[in-house]
Design a protein around this ligand. Sequence first.
Ligand code: 3EB
Length: 352
Amino acid sequence: MPARPSFAIPDLRGPIARPAGRRSATPSLGQAYRPVDGPLVQAPGQYVLGVLQHGGDGDHDGPGPAPVVEVPACRVAMPVLAGAPGREVWFTDQPVHYGQRHGLRYAYRDGLMFGVVRCPAGEPDRAAHDAYLDIVRLTREHGTGPIFRVWNFFPDINGEQAGLERYRRFCLGRYEALSAAGYRLDADLPAASAVGTHGGDLWIAFLAGRGIFAQIENPRQVSAFRYPPAYGPRSPSFSRAIRFTTPRQDRLFISGTASILGHRSHGTGDPALQCRTTADNLQALLAAAGADRLDRLGERARWKIYLRHPRQLEPIREQLGTLLDPASPCLYVAGDICRADLLLEIEGVVDL
Ligand code: 3EB
């Protein structure tokens, strides 16, 4: 296994947040699952930051054209299975500036940024490395705060490439980039999801902003950034959850959460046990954040559930129906979890 990547690593050390000249309160941040064939926002006074669009069946971009040309949109080949509509929209309450730079598309307003990068997925280590450096560069140029939420999508995530699983290659490139950029690899890490698609490019979407950040780890799980080397030459660079507080709101961004206890996968081959363990893990994380119980969050929580085997949808959906609050919107999509023995993963946003 290569302990070092084959590419040169520039020195990008510097402050995580470089304040812009003019400082104003970070705008509000909203999220909703919206129909693919409808308008992006529900109400006047909502301005779209970006879109995560699921759908498609191996087609590179999913169904239909990009939502609106200038809106940063991640369009991943990840079929929508059930529940809420398959277009996740992030919006704010102030008009935003849309731009393109370093191969990224982004929306920016007063310290808050949503951006999307797309690049060929042939070498996930190199792609992740370059993409993360570009993201850090862009956020620093704009004086946003740190990256606090990231979604990583690419095909054949469990495939082996020159003796190393593609997910582990991805982790290697991400780690080296964030480390070169001066991120502390146990303290400054965003909440994240990393899920395999059914084809197409590597897509990364991110949110960065100014505010107060609290890293929340899961008492039932070894922090991913401390996983032992048996899981790959560089550990996965993410926090279990980030609490993002601004004068306007208080929100918990929950990383993709799966059936892992300590650092080990639990319930291999047993979807019911993996469901229960995942829900218990979410419950422990919510408790650590001082949030309400999983089954009482109502519309304050929105969940996305990634399923490795679409044929397991019905039993899993039935079981999660008893563990999650039925009033919390849930979107079920097909995606490969980044450990071959995991069958599902759940991410979420909770308003505190
Ligand atoms: C885990 O807990 C399951 O590499 O960004 C979940 C969320 C997982 C994010 C990532 C990986 C990532 O290790 C996998």
